[in-house]
Design a binder for this molecule. Structure first.
Ligand SMILES: Nc1ncnc2c1ncn2[C@@H]1O[C@H](COP(=O)(O)OP(=O)(O)OP(=O)(O)O)[C@@H](O)[C@H]1O
Length: 305
């Protein structure tokens, strides 16, 4: 069967979750309803945030979109996951593989669990470049063309010393560099959606800001959609147009990011915002909350009451 999961379909959202429930086993006789009745939409070119405290169900929602839930037969998924209009609940593994190859590029919190420790970085990026991309660029599929593309993606992901990075093993790179490698791998696939789950949580503040900037610029350059999962409102405020707030497995609030931050309706969102506002006001980078909020509100006064 041929699927067309990477082809835009007029009037059809790129991602559409409807009444999604995910139950995961937590022990021999116990389970958790990690995601409850979630409705969520991402359109082509949109930047959407998913925020909430630890354990609220953000990652499980993200993994549902990438078909990366645990494989146990005790995992129960109900409701609907449509990708380019195609129902994915119950879809065979090969359809999910195709989605991950062409449509959804994921960036995880911990690159070391994703990267192969025994393979040089360049080869890992090379393997994610689809042949069709090289052929379209007129380069054909030969080794040199692929190497050139690898260096280009690494540079695009904020690694100017691309040749050296490509020749390295993951453990030879810093945390920030590894995270950029994941960005390179994700964008090399030319996905319709970059799904970044806490992409910078493990990094220190300065590196975090650089990596976020790279992700921001790269997504803008490629015109892909972005779904950014974070417990950190600061990150989401600076980089998304629309935000979903999750609490205890449910979406409790959704709207334009500036509006949700300016006039949070749900008490949980208000509490999230209060805790962020009590943070230091000394940050000066775009991706630190006080400034991010100020800039957002300054740029979009129509959203502010
Ligand atoms: N592989 C798993 N097996 C069993 N339960 C899981 C699994 N992954 C997550 N859970 C549970 O599902 C619920 C939602 O977890 P999830 O990881 O989606 O939260 P989160 O909002 O992403 O939190 P964090 O920011 O800490 O990652 C939690 O109760 C968690 O313990």
């Amino acid at each position: 069967m041929t699927t067309a999961v990477n082809q835009p379909v007029a009037g059809t959202p790129l991602i559409e979750l409807t009444g999604l429930n995910v139950v995961l086993p937590t022990g021999e006789r116990s389970e958790v309803e990690a995601v409850k009745s979630v409705d969520l939409v991402v359109h082509d070119g949109e930047r959407v945030g998913l925020v909430g405290e630890s354990g609220s169900g953000k990652s499980v929602t993200g993994r549902s979109i990438a078909g990366l839930l645990p494989t146990s037969p005790r995992v129960r998924v109900s409701g609907s996951i449509r990708i380019r209009g195609q129902e994915m609940v119950g879809a065979p593994a090969r359809t999910w593989n195709e989605v991950r190859r062409k449509t959804v590029g994921m960036i995880f919190q911990d690159p070391l669990t994703f990267l192969n420790p025994t393979m040089r970085v360049g080869r890992q990026v090379a393997e994610s470049i689809p042949d069709r991309r090289l052929v379209r660029s007129g380069a054909g599929g030969d080794r040199t063309a692929r190497d050139r593309a690898v260096f280009r993606f690494l540079r695009q992901a904020g690694l100017p010393d691309a040749e050296q990075v490509a020749a390295s093993f993951p453990h030879e790179l810093s945390g920030g560099m590894r995270q950029r490698v994941l960005i390179a791998i994700a964008i090399a696939k030319e996905p319709s959606l970059v799904l970044a789950d806490e992409p910078t949580t493990a990094l220190d503040a300065t590196v975090q800001q650089h990596v976020l900037r790279t992700l921001d610029e790269t997504v803008a350059e490629l015109g892909t959609s972005l779904m950014l999962i974070s417990h950190d409102l600061a990150v989401v405020a600076g980089m998304t147009d629309r935000v979903y707030v999750m609490y205890a497995g449910r979406i409790v609030e959704e709207g334009p990011t500036a509006q949700v931050l300016a006039e949070p309706r749900h008490e949980y969102t208000q509490a999230l915002l209060r805790s962020v506002r009590s943070l230091t006001d000394q940050d000066t980078d775009l991706y630190s909350i006080p400034l991010a909020l100020r800039q957002r509100f300054a740029e979009e006064p129509s959203h502010v009451a």
